[in-house]
Design a protein around this ligand. Structure first.
Ligand SMILES: Nc1nc2c(c(=O)[nH]1)N[C@H]1C(S)=C(S)[C@@H](COP(=O)(O)O)O[C@H]1N2
Ligand SMILES: [Mo]
Length: 441
């Protein structure tokens, strides 16, 4: 059927119901629509009229583009993205650029990506002293301390153990720290919230290696130490190490990237990124924590009474709308898919709600299956933007009963100056001109 035909059929088209203020449409337009849509004039339950972004033409004549007139390029041993997408890049943050260029972070461009898996080349990076150049044939992992028999593993030996693959997010507890500032920073969604990424990790359960060494009943903590120039270390409760901790070797099907800890990293699902020690060289079973730099002077939460709270490992329930978001522009009134990411360090996301009227009314978003525990979840909801001002928000809930709170609630929990574990609701303001800005509500 021609586009004109579709337009004439307008009367027959059912509009999905409006479910909340300022143009939010029923999420089921997506979930139930596709099957029904076959051969019908609706796409995913939405009228072709409100979807219309394509151009209607009078006389169809498909022109032959130049790339159909010459043979295409041959093969490459290792691929890279299209040259037309070379603006899709991490935002780099080097606070001590001259003195220590390898200290800082780079953020995943969340507003330029879709789906849930972060391409390995766009995974966020956080290094305390750069990326070491580790020769895997020279690298070893030592397990010692309160164990029956200390063990040394070569990388080759680690690769001979049974492996498992799991999809997990990794989030720095400093993620979204720009939003802790008194005034809302005007940066892209990725620059604000992009210290979170999600990969399929493959590795050996840490429990397997620790059990092989034989844990002394006095052992309650494990000190994990790295082979980078920061010799970064963290104390991990033994319970977590025996639960779901992974000695990761692969990321998205290939060997870990150097930036993610090649050839071996610790991965602690749902816990603050800092504890997932990269370039892992030593696990020492101890009675108590080491109280290292990264768990005293850093990565502690400043409380209203001036004290610092330690070992707040679990990342809170959180979500952010990635489309539309700061860094993007609206293209005129009409239909949009609002889409974003939700995650919780405690388990599974059960619900994400979206508001287009600053939280006065909420509509439930559709969650992309499979919804995995401690993983990024993509949510979506159809929206008809009337061209007026809108304040977009998302609010996530998890299976342990945690619900993402407002910025005011988050701020009240901590002392001014705390930058860790920011998980408040993000508000994006859409102006009638189609500009998207960061606002605090
Ligand atoms: N050895 C080592 N491990 C490290 C770090 C580091 O600088 N050195 N940074 C930590 C921090 S603060 C975070 S948030 C995560 C980041 O992991 P990624 O760079 O793979 O995203 O690694 C953690 N592990
Ligand atoms: Mo971090």
């Amino acid at each position: 059927m021609s586009r004109e035909g579709k337009r004439k059929g307008k009367e027959a088209i059912l509009m999905p119901p409006r479910v909340a203020g300022n143009g939010l449409l029923d999420r089921r337009a997506f979930l139930t629509g596709i099957a029904k849509a076959a051969g019908v004039v609706t796409v995913a339950g939405l009228s072709s009229d409100i979807l219309a972004t394509a151009q209607a033409i009078e006389t169809p004549s498909p022109a032959v583009p130049p790339w159909m007139k010459v043979p295409g390029k041959p093969f490459r041993g290792y691929g890279s993205p299209s040259k037309y997408e070379d603006q899709v890049k991490r935002t780099i943050f080097q606070p001590y650029k001259e003195l220590a260029p390898g200290a800082g972070a780079s953020m995943t461009p969340l507003h330029q990506l879709h789906g849930t898996i972060t391409p390995s080349g766009l995974h966020f990076e956080r290094h305390h002293n750069g990326v070491p150049d580790i020769d895997p044939s020279q690298h070893q992992l030592l397990i010692h301390g309160l164990v029956k028999r200390p063990l040394m593993f070569s990388v080759e030996a680690l690769h001979r153990y049974p492996t498992m693959s799991r999809v997990y997010f990794l989030e720095c507890s400093g993620n979204s720290f720009p939003n802790a500032a008194a005034e809302p920073p005007q940066m892209s969604c990725g620059a604000i919230h992009g210290l979170v990424s999600c990969s399929e990790w493959t590795g050996v359960p840490a429990a397997l290696l620790l059990e092989e060494a034989g844990i002394d009943p006095k052992g309650k903590w494990v000190i994990a130490e790295a082979a980078d120039a920061a010799a970064m270390n963290r104390s991990i409760p033994l319970e977590k190490m025996l639960d779901d901790a992974m000695i990761a070797l692969y990321q998205n099907g290939e060997h870990l990237r150097p930036e993610q800890g090649y050839p071996v990293r610790l991965l602690l699902p749902g816990w603050e990124g800092n504890a997932s020690v990269k370039w892992l060289r030593r696990l020492e079973v101890t009675e108590g924590p080491a109280y290292s730099r990264e768990e005293t002077s850093k990565y502690t939460d400043l409380m209203p009474d001036g004290k610092a709270r330690q070992f707040t490992f679990v990342m809170g329930v959180k979500s952010v709308i990635t489309h539309p978001s700061a860094g993007l522009h609206m293209q005129g009134p009409g239909f949009y898919e609002i889409s974003g990411l939700a995650w919780s360090g405690s388990g599974r996301i059960t619900r994400v709600e979206v508001s287009a009227d600053s939280g006065k009314s909420w509509a439930e978003a559709a969650l992309q299956e499979p919804v995995l525990s401690k993983s990024l979840v993509r949510f979506r909801i159809p929206w008809e933007w009337n061209g007026g001002p809108a304040l977009l928000q998302s609010r996530a809930a998890d299976d342990k009963g945690h619900v993402q709170g407002t910025r005011a609630l988050w701020t009240a929990q901590y002392s001014t100056g705390n930058v860790y574990h920011y998980n408040a609701i993000q508000t994006w303001r859409v102006s009638p001109e189609g500009e998207i800005t960061n606002v605090y509500l």
